[in-house]
Each structure stands twice: as structure tokens, then as C-alpha cells.
Design a protein around this ligand. Structure first.
Ligand SMILES: NC(=O)c1ccc[n+]([C@@H]2O[C@H](COP(=O)([O-])OP(=O)(O)OC[C@H]3O[C@@H](n4cnc5c(N)ncnc54)[C@H](OP(=O)(O)O)[C@@H]3O)[C@@H](O)[C@H]2O)c1
Length: 237
């Protein structure tokens, strides 16, 4: 899908990958609905993106997600692209995963995107086209100690995405999943964590700039590819 003039929702637009993506899509002529909980950040970002719309929403609250879709539709008259990017990490060994926190992670990383898809699909069907991009994680395809809670949420999101892709082909709605590698954002700082085990003493590999992930997301929208990887080797895990 071409970007120029398209109406895009970016969740988690106040920071990191979502922020870089919103800016890049705005620079390429899209009109962007910026979604997050942090109103002040969104207000600042909105000044840099012409014709953008601010929507303060918590992606774990069903009524907020429904409001996000309705407000965007009411404001712009249509929705061409949904980018489900808001998410949070949780580092804990299996033995220590706190079930309440795991519920929170699943609500945000999996059920929020599902509700947003359910709300936007009828709109895209009535328009005759649409693109949905779900941001998973390279960890979804790996078995990293301490990452089970997070990676399982992202693995489920990837599976749901690729199933939606098959279901919605007939409606000219393209659904794709992006697997970012380590990216230099506030993700680590914002992650939930328990005392982790089996951490190797290796240095953490160099991460990617969020602008690189944003570029891959843009290319994914343009090509309609099913799966977009930041590391080729990630496919083979
Ligand atoms: N950074 C990495 O290494 C990496 C790697 C692979 C995948 N990812 C994925 O990439 C996506 C973006 O992460 P990031 O690296 O950009 O992290 P980040 O800098 O922490 O940004 C997370 C974004 O999600 C929003 N958010 C968090 N909880 C929310 C909630 N309940 N409701 C609405 N918005 C919420 C935050 O905004 P507010 O706090 O203002 O609500 C923020 O804009 C996530 O899905 C993450 O899992 C990241």
C-alpha cells in the first residue's frame, strides 16, 4: 500500500519504535492518529507531524481501544492502516513468573491488538482495503531464559497475525507481523522484572535504532510482506 494521504493509527506513539514510525509515516504524507497514555508527550510529538490526531488510550482497556478506533474514524472519515505497536517486556524465569503480571502482559501485548483488529476489520471491509501491522519480537522465535512470559505473548501475536492474514485476504486486507531485534528505546527500562536467573555474562549485543525498525515497518506496508525480520538469522531459529 502507498503511504501518501493514508490514515494510520500508531499505538505506543509516545516513545521508541512507535514514535519513530509515526514521524516517518508523517514525513511520507500519512495522517497519523498518535495513541498512548502519555498526553503531554503526544502533544509535543503532534506538533512535528502535520494533520496528526492525539488519542489518549490505555491499550489494556477495551473501551479505550474501541474509542481509539471510533475517534480516528470520526475525525478522518476512514482508517487505512493500523499499527499495533504498544507493548511491554517482562523478564522472569518460569519458576518466578507472577501470574497477575503475566495477565497484564497478555492484556497489553496480545488482547489489546486483537480487540483493535476486531474493531478496525469491519471498517476496512466496508472500505474495500486496509493494512494491519502487528509488532511482535525476535524473541518470539527464540527460547531465551527469563523471556518466556514476554516471548509467549509475542509468539501468540505472530500466530494470530498470520491467521488473520489468511482470513482477510479475500477482503483485500493485508496483515503482517514485524519481528524487531534489540532496539535502543525505553523498552528495557519500562519492562517488568523478577529476579532473573541463568543470565550469561556476555555483553548485550548492539541494538538497532528505532528509526531502522520504522523504516522496515514502512517497507512492510509498501510491500505487504507477511513477516518482516530485522535479522535474517532470526527466521531460522
Ligand atoms: N526495544 C526492543 O528491544 C524491542 C524488541 C522487539 C520488540 N519490541 C516491541 O516493540 C514495541 C515498542 O516498544 P519500544 O521498544 O518502542 O518500547 P518503549 O520505548 O517502552 O515504548 C512503548 C510504547 O508503548 C506504550 N504503552 C505501554 N503500555 C501502554 C498501555 N497500557 N496503553 C497504551 N500504550 C502503552 C508507551 O506509551 P505510554 O507509556 O505513554 O502509554 C510507549 O509509547 C513493543 O510492542 C515491544 O514489545 C521492542
Amino acid at each position: 500500500m502507498e503511504i501518501q494521504g493514508k490514515i494510520v493509527i500508531v499505538t505506543g506513539a509516545s516513545s521508541g519504535i512507535g514514535l519513530a514510525t509515526a514521524k516517518l509515516l508523517g514525513q511520507n504524507g500519512a495522517k497519523v492518529a498518535l495513541v498512548a497514555r502519555s498526553k503531554e508527550e503526544l502533544e509535543q510529538i503532534s506538533e512535528e507531524i502535520p494533520d496528526s490526531l492525539i488519542i489518549v488510550a490505555d491499550m489494556t482497556i477495551e473501551s479505550d481501544i474501541k474509542k481509539m478506533i471510533q475517534e480516528t474514524k470520526n475525525h478522518y472519515g476512514r482508517i487505512d492502516i493500523l499499527i499495533n505497536n504498544a507493548g511491554q517486556g517482562y523478564y522472569a524465569p518460569i519458576e518466578k513468573i507472577n501470574i497477575e503480571k503475566y495477565h497484564q502482559i497478555i492484556e497489553l501485548n496480545l488482547i489489546g491488538p486483537l480487540i483493535a483488529m476486531q474493531e478496525v476489520i469491519p471498517i476496512m471491509k466496508s472500505q474495500g482495503s486496509g493494512t494491519i501491522i502487528n509488532i511482535s519480537s525476535g524473541t518470539a522465535l527464540m527460547y531465551l531464559p527469563n523471556m518466556a512470559a514476554y516471548s509467549s505473548s509475542k509468539r501468540a501475536l505472530a500466530g494470530m497475525t498470520l491467521t488473520a492474514r489468511e482470513e482477510l485476504k479475500i477482503d483485500n486486507i493485508v496483515v503482517s507481523v514485524v519481528y524487531p531485534y534489540i532496539t535502543n528505546t525505553n523498552f528495557g527500562k519500562n519492562a517488568l522484572r523478577e529476579s532473573v536467573v541463568n543470565m550469561t555474562q556476555r555483553e548485550v549485543p548492539q541494538g538497532d535504532a528505532p528509526e531502522l525498525v520504522a523504516q522496515k515497518i514502512l517497507e512492510g506496508i509498501q510491500t505487504g510482506e507477511a513477516e518482516i525480520f530485522l535479522r535474517e538469522w532470526n527466521k531460522k531459529q
